[in-house]
Design a protein around this ligand. Structure first.
Ligand SMILES: Nc1ncnc2c1ncn2[C@@H]1O[C@H](COP(=O)(O)OP(=O)(O)OP(=O)(O)O)[C@@H](O)[C@H]1O
Length: 342
């Protein structure tokens, strides 16, 4: 649906060259929610603006539904852009016209008949929960309401793709939740492909299917959100994950364990979905005569799937511990034997 191949964007500031995006290759599938996460200055905004050619890449190829954007005539580019809606952190509403007219603007631009406009705008305001705000002006709305108007406007031309440039960054946590729920609903109901950029892992965890991590203009890691959260590879990814799901042992526990001379091992057990309910600790005790002790645990929801992590200490015969680890591995659990200092 969205294919970015070897995208680079270089800005010039006087004689200074700024490589905002470097050789990024991504393939966003139809119907998915694809997130790009990175710290400030990583190049996220520049990259997402390359998708609809608000920024023209210095090199590389952007294809939307197989159409190469480079070399398109103005009218052809306009036609492709009509299939791509976009929302922004600061909403970008027109302050001098009311909510109805803001949502109607893209339809008026292509000379849609008046009755069709009224029908469509009312439908969209109903979808975003703002039926009673038709005549309000942007300054009379809260941040969350403004973003809802912006979403309605972005959907007015029935886009196949919605680009979200830090759409929830200016909103409080509760309003963020409601906007994310709305984006999920739009994705499911209308099968709209969503590409979003954010610096918040929570946004990725709640609504994205896949994620790319950006650092210094490059994508350093990408994959399904479950894979990235359960087995992050890069230090920057580990940092992002820590903000929503910390699986390191608290220092109080670490000190205690370092003074514990009993033979045994410490295991980090990661489990997904169904496995969450299996009585594995009881099995270790009864089948392998091991003594498992719960040291630390964390459980979270990644989109609709439960993901958990449990750190346990096990003591017992060395061979029984090995057999116990084999058994856990056979239960489709990810097992890591960790050092006290981890
Ligand atoms: N128009 C421009 N001219 C010159 N440099 C730019 C321009 N736009 C962005 N940059 C630079 O490109 C780099 C990437 O910026 P970009 O805004 O894409 O990052 P970002 O990850 O979206 O950051 P933020 O979350 O703070 O918006 C930064 O160093 C920025 O200063």
């Amino acid at each position: 649906m969205i294919q970015l191949e070897q995208i680079s964007k270089r800005y010039y500031q006087g004689k200074r060259e700024i490589d905002a995006v470097k050789n990024v290759t991504l393939d966003v599938q139809k119907g998915e929610i694809f997130g790009i996460i990175g710290y400030s200055g990583a190049g996220k905004s520049t990259l997402i603006r390359c998708v609809n050619f608000l920024e023209q890449p210095t090199s590389g190829s952007v294809r939307i539904n197989g159409i190469e954007l480079e070399g398109l005539k103005r009218a052809e580019l306009r036609a492709v852009r009509r299939r791509i809606g976009m929302i922004f952190q600061n909403f970008n509403l027109l302050s001098s016209i009311n909510v109805f007219d803001n949502v109607a603007a893209p339809l008026q631009l292509v000379k849609t008949p008046k009755e069709a406009i009224t029908k469509k705008v009312r439908e969209l305001l109903d979808l975003v929960g703002l039926t009673d705000k038709e005549e309000s002006f942007p300054h009379q709305l809260s941040g969350g309401q403004k973003q809802r108007v912006a979403i309605a406007r972005a959907l007015a031309s029935d886009p196949e793709i919605l680009l979200c440039d830090e759409a929830t960054s200016a909103l409080d946590p509760q309003t963020t939740e409601s906007i994310l729920d709305l984006l999920l609903e739009i994705n499911r109901k209308y099968k709209i492909t969503i590409m979003l950029i954010t610096h918040e892992m929570h946004v990725i965890k709640k609504i994205c299917d896949r994620v790319a991590v950006m650092e210094n203009g490059e994508v350093v890691e990408q994959g399904t959100v479950m894979d990235i959260i359960s087995a992050p590879q890069q230090p920057i990814t580990k940092n992002f994950i820590k903000s929503i799901f910390d699986v390191t042992l608290p220092s109080v526990l670490l000190n205690k364990l370092e003074n514990d001379k009993r033979p045994g091992k410490i295991l980090r057990i990661s489990f997904v979905g169904e496995n969450a309910a299996d009585p594995i600790l009881a099995d270790l005790a009864t089948q392998f005569t091991l003594r498992p002790t719960i040291l630390y645990g964390n459980i979270t929801q990644i989109k609709e799937t439960i993901f958990g992590c449990l750190i346990i200490g096990v003591t017992g015969e060395a061979s029984a511990i090995e057999a116990g680890i084999d058994y856990l591995t056979q239960q489709q659990l990810r097992i890591e034997v960790i050092e006290h200092a981890e």
